[in-house]
Ligand binder design. Structure first.
Ligand code: MG
Length: 274
């Protein structure tokens, strides 16, 4: 069952990996993408505890998601300044964090490492564009040594920009985690059409829904799966059309009881559509 096509998953936090795995189990879900746990979890006995818990519960961590101190997601301007690898003041420190997270993922036998790298500049001759290509080559080559794929979460730029960037980095173990809702939240094109452009690079997906922003400079709004403007039925059909067989990872970026209810509804919906 663990290797069935389009197996359902969910995203979970990494602060307490054991509690996160228990949450996944309680929803009867078999895979998850987990945020990289804090470094106190990187020591041998704690690492073994995570592995043992995964095994006992029959849950696979498909992807570890890198995130950074100081990231703020309030609006487009703060995202540009604080998220990912665009800001030169924090770039090197964050690259090092990704490389060490890759080692942690290897020890946990996780094959995919992922992050939002931030807004990719539109112009190829922009020094930040060139800088990003270079650091991505370094990161992706490091992941290759650990037998991993590195994925970029979609949505902060249009599919064509991302496709050109991936060509310029030019490494076979670089792919995308396709989040259709982000394309609406950041008003970055049509998510279904984007799959025609990015299809061959899709390693993972987030099953998330949303609507476009109503004011420039703001973000759109996330909705429960099936209630936004992604058109989840067409999204899943399109994934089948491009031959995608990886996990369908539900992402619902709220907390509490409502999150649990929405995830269970999303799971029911995906079980019908996949
Ligand atoms: Mg996402």
């Amino acid at each position: 069952m663990e290797n069935e096509p389009m197996i359902i998953g969910m995203t979970v936090g990494g602060n307490d990996p054991i509690a996160s795995l228990e949450k996944v189990e309680s929803l009867d879900i078999a895979t998850c993408q987990m945020y990289v746990p804090p470094e106190e979890w990187w020591v041998k006995d704690r690492l073994e505890l995570i592995k043992k818990t995964m095994q006992e519960k029959g849950i696979r961590i498909t992807t570890l998601v890198c995130h950074f101190e100081g990231e703020e997601w309030d609006n487009i301007a703060t995202i540009k300044r604080t998220v990912g690898l665009l800001n030169r003041a924090t770039r090197e420190k964050r690259v090092k964090k990704i490389l060490s997270s890759s080692d942690f993922a290897r020890n946990l036998r996780v094959k995919v490492l992922q992050t939002h790298i931030g807004f990719i500049p539109l112009e190829r001759n922009d020094p930040d564009y060139q800088g990003l290509v270079k650091v991505l080559q370094r990161i992706v080559d490091y992941c290759k040594k650990n037998n991993q794929t590195f994925t970029l979460e979609t949505g902060q730029e249009e599919a064509q920009t991302l496709a050109i960037f991936i060509e310029d980095v030019n490494r076979p173990n670089l792919g995308v985690n396709f989040d259709p809702a982000n394309m609406l939240l950041y008003d970055a094109g049509n998510p279904i059409e984007a799959l025609d452009i990015l299809g061959k690079h899709v390693i993972g997906v987030h099953c998330k829904d949303g609507k476009r922003p109503t004011k420039k400079g703001e973000l759109g709004k996330e909705y429960p799966l099936g209630e936004g403007d992604v058109d989840i039925r067409r999204f899943i059909d399109k994934l089948k059309e491009i031959g995608y067989t990886g996990p369908l990872t539900i992402e619902r970026e709220i907390a509490g009881e409502k999150q649990i209810r929405d995830i269970l509804k999303a799971k029911e919906l995906l079980e019908k559509l996949r």
